[in-house]
Design a protein around this ligand. Sequence first.
Ligand code: ASN
Ligand code: ZN
Ligand code: CA
Length: 521
Amino acid sequence: MKFAKVMPTILGGALLLASVSSAAAAPLSDQSIPLQAPYASEEGIQLNSGSDETIFNFLGQQEQFLNSDVKSQLKIIKRTTDTSGVRHFRLKQYIKGIPVYGAEQTIHLDKTGQVSSALGDLPPVEEQAIPNDGVAEISAEDAIKIASEEATSRVGELGEPQKTPEAELNIYHNEEDNQTYLVYITEVNVLEPAPLRTKYFVNAVDGSIVSQYDLINFATGTGTGVLGDTKTLTTTQSGSTFQLKDTTRGKGIETYTASNRSTIPGTLLTDSDNVWTDRAGVDAHAYAAATYDFYKNKFNRNGLDGNGLLIKSTVHYGSNYNNAFWNGVQIVFGDGDGTTFTSLSGDLDVVGHELTHGVIENTANLEYRNEPGALNEAFADIFGNTIQNKNWLIGDDIYTPNIPGDALRSLSNPTLYGQPDKYSDRYTGTADNGGVHTNSGIINKAYYLAVQGGTHNGVTVTGIGRDKAIQIFYSTLVNYLTPTSKFAAAKTATIQAAKDLYGATSAEVTAITKAYQAVGL
Ligand code: ASN
Ligand code: ZN
Ligand code: CA
């Protein structure tokens, strides 16, 4: 016999149905109440296949319904049977024929017709507390008009409704003041002047608005980036202004300005018409979204910490500040001095690099010095570059704006920018935390060779492409590396990750092995 899982049920609320389990089945949880089964109907007939009577019988046995009318107010509004044979009943409470807002309850019968679970809570509504005896003083049309006037006062003249407005009379228990109201529930749903979907609870007796909330609180803006390109942005409308705040990705993405001071996060960027002109802010925001999407789409990773961590970016940090960084909490971008750098958020591989430091801190947590630090830098470059997927350069979009074609670093040819491309050439001094931004070139080159192939130091690698290589390097980072991993461990780890993903004797494993050999590891 298969045991039904005991479902923990408990939600706050005055009236709760306990979760139950068939008496003969699995051990009961603390929240479950054993019931005699099968249940008998009022006439004493044994009911062994799920039926409406079983449901009402069950309700009749619940202590909290014994001295109330609730049992008679509940109506079955939906019955379904799933492929396992479990039957699902949905009940809704009506008083004087008026639905009670949110007052729904599900009850589930297992294959043998026994109640296996009951979920839901019902607001504490007393029939005698219903205003005006349940008689509305305004019409549904009035309520719709009241709602649309409120929306107009917030956002301006409304465009065509996306759904024909309807207003349904409901009994509504407002948790804020613990009062019961007779309301019309209606929605304003328009795209113009901005996407807006607001739900209203309009008092059906006096026409006041009891409660309202927005269902769409994001907007789509457009903006001009650092390089003069236009792009779309996910923003948030708040009253008559827009915020550079995206609530659609993880726990959100927010972009701030330090206004050329050094206090962070600074002020959330806002705009009056959702056409954005702070170019550094536009790119920081759009590229944070692109980075979030990359990790989500490629690895099903929800944000930097895997749990949707709010991404905060600050632009216009300091004065002529020629750098960008992750400080363990957020990312920060300077405007550059206009000669060495333009606004640093203007390059997707730089934004991806900084945010990847956040991913690393939440995974391998490679310590930021010596070889582990160079691995940290290499992974930040490798992911940043792969997110942008344009060329093998890092920072070329924002570095030396008056000199075309150069860059901060190159994955394909690290020596172009003073980095070693083989282990024997590594920097062994103490500057830059033991050369974290220098020795990263060795690992960057290994990644490049694994993707693209080629012969380096007499070792020939057959490339496997970015898609496979980045999966291998991601697994290396999140599953294998540790805070003190050095290059030799990275080689072992990457080969193992390739074996996991593609098989021990796969071409991918060969490519990774050769790529590390080619850089002298
Ligand atoms: N932009 C540099 C980086 O992310 C800042 C630093 O030196 N940590 O690597
Ligand atoms: Zn870095
Ligand atoms: Ca670039």
